[in-house]
Design a protein. Structure first.
Length: 329
């Protein structure tokens, strides 16, 4: 997945959410703060805009050159900032909406009048929400178009789970949540205006909160997996294995491990079997050919370590040493 495509989707979402947040806050203020669904959606848009800014910062920081302290570079900065996005969406978006629903529910229970029905601007929240749905749809279309270039034949769910670049999955889920949340808000405000029952607005606000919490948890789970460390894609692994096995001088792959250092950076470590009669020069030339073949098969391989060895039928990969038990007291 190209970083350029992810950046384009992030910028489109940032522009849309900044404009939408301003409109929602204006509408909420002009109705005297009566539409809690509109306020929840305004905070949601602020959280989304902040999240897109975080993704852009993460993308910029990930491009820093490697240092002695970080010899493999800073590619995982994008994963770190994507995880922060999930936290922001959960706290600022989801929990605030649930809190606002609770506060609105208490006001109705205490017998406060519904100011939205008495406001001369009662129609404004509806107009703003409809305009917001149009703007979010355009942003969502951009995210879908950019994601489709890398999704291939995968389902959208599989794409979100398997993508190594966090930006597009984050934008896809955020835009989807924004569209569904706007529908909840429009239903809540619309039914309140039609029936005069403020509980519809409360339910709409609560549904927005639950939706954002669910999306935030999903993002956190997927980003955590990337932070912990994921292997290359099955397609990439097959290509690397084919390149190794097709290299002159390589008898077989004894074992191989891969790791994503960042969305477009892959580490490959492999032990390969060579012939026992090969000289040191022969082995060195075999490794050079293998490295060239691997980098041609997968240009994302940025760190490559090959260890030559003699293959034995009873060979077993070295097991990780057990951690000594803690002393008893």
């Amino acid at each position: 997945m190209s970083a350029e495509g992810g950046t384009r989707a992030v910028v489109a979402a940032l522009a849309a959410n900044s404009f939408i947040a301003l409109c929602k806050f204006t509408g909420w203020a002009m109705t005297g703060g009566a539409a809690s669904s509109l306020l929840a959606e305004a905070i949601h848009s602020v959280a989304d805009a902040g999240n897109q800014a975080l993704l852009l910062v993460g993308g910029r920081r990930s491009q820093r050159a490697a240092t002695p302290e970080h010899p493999f570079g800073f590619g995982r900065e994008r994963y770190v900032f994507a995880f922060i996005v999930a936290i922001v969406l959960f706290s600022v978006g989801g929990l605030f909406a649930l809190y606002e629903a609770y506060e609105k529910f208490k006001e109705i229970q205490e017998g406060h009048a519904n100011e939205l029905l008495e406001s001369q601007w009662w129609w404004l929240p509806i107009a703003i929400l409809v305009a917001a749905i149009i703007a979010e749809s355009l942003s969502f279309r951009t995210a879908i178009r950019e994601s489709s270039k890398s999704k291939g034949r995968q389902t959208w769910g599989r794409f979100i789970r398997s993508a190594k670049s966090p930006e597009l999955p984050v934008i896809l889920l955020e835009d989807l949540a924004a569209l569904v949340g706007l529908v909840f808000a429009l239903a809540g405000v619309g039914l309140t205006l039609i029936t005069g029952n403020g509980y519809f607005d409360v339910v709409g606000t609560a549904m927005i909160g639950l939706l954002l919490v669910a999306v935030a948890v999903t993002l956190a789970i997927e980003t955590k997996s990337l932070l912990v460390g994921e292997s290359a894609t099955p397609q990439s692994i097959k290509a690397i294995e084919a390149a190794l096995e097709g290299t002159e001088g390589v008898d077989r792959i004894i074992h191989m491990k891969t790791l994503h250092l960042g969305p477009e950076e892959v580490l490959v470590a492999a032990k390969i079997a060579v012939t026992g009669t090969d000289t040191a020069t022969d082995v060195a030339e075999t490794i050079d050919r293998a490295e060239t073949a691997i980098r041609a098969a997968d240009p994302m391989v940025s760190a490559l370590y090959l260890e030559p060895d003699l293959y034995h039928e009873d060979y077993q990969p070295q097991a990780r040493p057990e951690r000594p038990a803690a002393p008893s007291h």
